[in-house]
Design a protein around this ligand. Sequence first.
Ligand SMILES: [Zn+2]
Length: 167
Amino acid sequence: MRREEVENPFMPNALRNLHFVADAMLGRLARWLRFLGFDTLYYPDISDSRLIRVAREQDRLILTRDTRLIKIKGVKDYLLIKANDSYNQLVEVIDTLKLKEFNPLSRCVECNGLLKKILDKIEIQDFVPEFVSLNFNVFLKCSDCGKIYWEGTHPKKFREKLGEVLK
Ligand SMILES: [Zn+2]
């Protein structure tokens, strides 16, 4: 990961206009998109009507695997996802929307909140394992749920996969 991406957790302009809401079947995809910096709402047990309303009110693109949902009256902006596997779903979204700008580690994968850089390591020392506070210097904290992130938060396998996607 490039250093400036870690140091500047705020969104570049191009990403500000793209907002998603993922259907109940796309939880893992939602996490991937958040990790890449995309504003992605996801509620595991959202009803179709609420999903449609949230999309309309907040001007969000619906990500769905549900061919029935897209036929419901009032559904306009959607992307019907065909892949089964979350990684391939992500590739599908990136290819279809021709996404080129990513901002990893700017959003919380758990809750979609924005991450803020921690300026003083002392702030997080009590909240991460000791080896982490000793071995890492850049920390980010979710402004909504408080989850703390550092360069090694995501397992190696995840980062390798991500490297393939961003290639
Ligand atoms: Zn969070």
